[in-house]
Design a protein around this ligand. Structure first.
Ligand SMILES: [Mg+2]
Length: 160
């Protein structure tokens, strides 16, 4: 597991002020099971409030998702954010596009996501810090379910 990995139960437990105090200016945020439930069309009021608070505090946010274009664009538009679909995480290309969209250096950006082998691995490959959140729900893509089994091998807290 990368040494810079931080692990929290919920997005709403991440404090934007703490990140800003650590020199973070931008977030690359995963969509499914991080910001909203798999198949949901909008984040919960709590997560919408968190996005608003993070932006209000001065953090810029780009959504980066392996999900398809129309769904990602719709959710991004609803939040007034830039969204990048079909990201093929953990491959670096999408992360680098998101970092370019933020116009920041890798050390100023934190990737937040619920998967070790897409979000966290991709962040690490691109020299960015990652924060792992617990998935909002159990439903996922079939491929993700395979990754989940692997996650349980390396994350004791997911073995329950
Ligand atoms: Mg996810």
């Amino acid at each position: 597991m990368p040494s810079r990995l931080q692990h929290v139960p919920l997005l709403a437990e991440i404090r934007p002020e703490s990140l800003l105090a650590e020199g973070v200016r931008g977030l690359i945020l995963d969509l499914d099971n991080t910001l909203l439930g798999f198949g949901a069309s909008a984040p919960s009021p709590e997560n919408q409030a968190w996005v608003a608070a993070a932006r209000g505090a001065g953090l810029e946010i780009v959504l980066l998702s392996n999900n398809f274009g129309p769904r990602v664009s719709e959710i991004a538009a609803g939040l007034g954010l830039h969204g990048i679909p079909n990201a093929l995480k953990p491959l670096p290309l999408g992360f680098l596009r998101a970092k370019r969209a933020l116009g920041m250096r890798a050390r100023e950006v934190v990737v937040i996501g619920d998967q070790l082998f897409t979000d966290v691995l991709g962040a690490t490959l691109c020299g960015m810090r990652a924060i792992l959140v617990e998935p909002i729900e159990d439903r996922d893509f079939p491929l993700t379910r395979i990754f989940r089994r692997l996650e349980r091998l390396v994350l004791p807290e997911r073995r329950a």
